[in-house]
Design a protein around this ligand. Structure first.
Ligand code: FES
Length: 107
């Protein structure tokens, strides 16, 4: 695993989808209480940025065509035809780390 520090976990606002650039790789991050989840920035439908979407603490919604996924599992909860890839995360000493081993890159 290739853990990279992303931010201070407490800096991630709840009910938003934050965008981070980690060594040139763009990821989307959401938080619900102490739980934090990370995904590729680009929606698996048409690669629009998830950071313009919505998170209500249970569901991640892409703003473009409203595909939705379970925030915790990445599984489709609606019309999404594919699940949302999740990246491994950990919080140590209040800092959020994401395993960048299999992070997708975009041109
Ligand atoms: S681009 Fe996200 S649902 Fe279509």
């Amino acid at each position: 695993m290739t853990w990279k520090k992303v931010c201070t976990a407490g800096d991630i606002a709840e009910n938003t989808i934050a965008e981070y650039d980690v060594d040139g790789a763009k990821i989307a991050v959401v938080r619900s209480g102490e739980d934090v989840f990370a995904y590729p920035l680009r929606c698996p439908h048409m690669e629009e940025p998830l950071s313009t979407g919505f998170c209500d603490g249970e569901t991640v919604t892409c703003s473009f065509h409203l595909w939705q996924w379970d925030m915790r599992t990445g599984e489709s909860t609606g019309e999404a035809e594919v699940d949302l890839l999740k990246y491994p995360v950990k919080v140590e000493d209040g800092d959020l780390y994401v395993d960048m081993t299999n992070v997708l890159s975009y041109e």
